[in-house]
Design a protein around this ligand. Structure first.
Ligand code: FEO
Length: 410
């Protein structure tokens, strides 16, 4: 088994981590998202007058998870379950857990959307689903559980549970990272590693919902809740300066960029690569920093993070069968789906006869909401000295647009 987990770990008085660290995970959401540092499925147990389990773990770990709960807590001692989010990485063990509990009638607190998803996942009628909404609370002894709906952060059912009296936010996907770390706590993990995974998580999973996230953070801040600990359902628990990740999310949710360009090329015989390098020289002449990526050999999820951090995306592909190369087609669809805001874009590429790729790239970027100030640039076969000069000029002109174009950015 790849979990290799310790027993329960206290994260705040009376609140324990009872999750799974998945050291071997290298892709998540099927093969969609790379997870170079593994992940964790953080389930929590609150021991008050009532004993409450908040979230479960991904179903490949159901038996290990429930066996450990039984050994450490005793399944008969669990009084209620909270499902902050029913995606299988958190709700996947719910059915197995219910089957193992002595009382099948245990209350399961979730949102209305959560109840619908649980029913659609498990197709059973014997779960005692109790629907809660923002502001609802349950007294469990010393503490109250206060629920806040977090719709689309990450699914329609998502919510967070605030443990009032312990100043602890059990935030589920929000503020998490795919990281099986050396420690569970943010102050004991390398800061670069932690934030590299946190921004990758945001860029790849949450970017389309940025407008909702901004509003939600304003709502949460407006509630003036004391917060000592933010405990997400993946990766590190923020127990030192927990507000730093909320502040980061607020920054990332507002058309975030770090001012530089990314040049992404897809090439068959290096002509489009040569164009990319010449365009880069043009950017450099105008003082614009850039990174260059060979699309065919670059991890897609890492590339989405790089695009998230960039102010501009210059994408190039040669033309094949009247269109772009396959990786470029995937990239353009990803850019469209992520609904990036406030970025400039451009298309370029070499071709043999019909030369559709640069135009298709430029049109796709524009359709995705990027501003494309320059006409797409294409050249036939290998490049002449004059062609290369034009590529450099293209880079320079694009750089000028980047420098003067703040007002163009919506
Ligand atoms: Fe970690 Fe949306 O599940």
């Amino acid at each position: 088994m790849r979990g290799e987990n310790k027993a329960m770990i206290e994260i705040k008085k009376d609140i324990y981590w009872v999750g799974i660290r998945d050291w071997s995970l290298r892709h998540f959401h099927g093969q969609e998202l790379s997870t170079h540092r593994g992940s964790s499925y953080n389930s929590y147990l609150i021991k008050d007058e009532k004993t409450v389990l908040v979230d479960t773990v991904w179903n490949p770990f159901s038996k290990e998870f429930v066996d450990r709960l039984d050994a450490d807590v005793g399944l008969a001692n669990i009084d209620m379950i909270v499902v902050n989010h029913a995606e299988p990485d958190h709700g996947g063990s719910l059915g197995y857990l219910i089957d193992r509990l002595p009382s099948k009638d245990i209350p399961i607190y979730c949102t209305k959307n959560g109840a619908a998803i649980i029913k659609n996942h498990f197709h059973r009628e014997d779960m005692n689903l109790q629907i809660v909404k923002t502001g609802d609370s349950i007294n469990i002894g010393k503490y109250d559980l206060v629920f806040v709906e977090m719709q689309m952060i990450h699914w329609p059912d998502s919510m967070l549970t605030y443990v009032k009296g312990a100043a602890t936010v059990l935030s589920n996907d929000a503020f998490g990272q795919h990281l099986a770390g050396i420690s569970l706590f943010n102050d004991e993990i390398d800061t670069c590693e932690l934030f590299e995974e946190a921004i990758k998580y945001y860029a790849n999973i949450l970017t389309p919902f940025s407008a909702l996230i901004k509003k939600k953070i304003e709502q949460i801040k407006g509630m003036n809740l004391p917060i000592d600990v933010i405990a997400p359902s993946h990766g590190a628990i923020w127990r030192v300066n927990p507000m730093q990740i909320i502040d980061k999310y607020y920054e990332w949710a507002q058309d975030y960029n770090e001012g530089h360009a990314v040049i992404i090329y897809d090439t068959m015989y290096n002509a489009t690569r040569t164009m990319a390098q010449a365009i880069a020289r043009g950017l450099e002449k105008q003082g614009i920093r850039y990174k260059i990526f060979d699309l065919a050999i670059t991890d897609f999820s890492d590339l989405i993070t790089e695009i998230f951090k960039a102010r501009a995306v210059l994408a190039g592909s040669c033309t094949i069968n009247g269109t772009v190369l396959r990786p470029t087609a995937g990239l353009l669809e990803e850019i469209r789906a992520h609904r990036f805001k406030g970025k400039l874009g451009a298309g370029f590429g070499s071709y043999g006869w019909s030369g559709e790729a640069p135009k298709k790239i430029s049109a796709s970027l524009e359709e995705a909401g990027l501003i494309t100030p320059l006409a797409p640039l294409g050249f036939k076969y290998s490049l002449t000295e004059d062609d290369l000069k034009q590529c450099e000029e293209f880079g320079e002109n694009f750089a000028k647009e980047m420098k003067q174009g703040k007002e163009l950015i919506s």
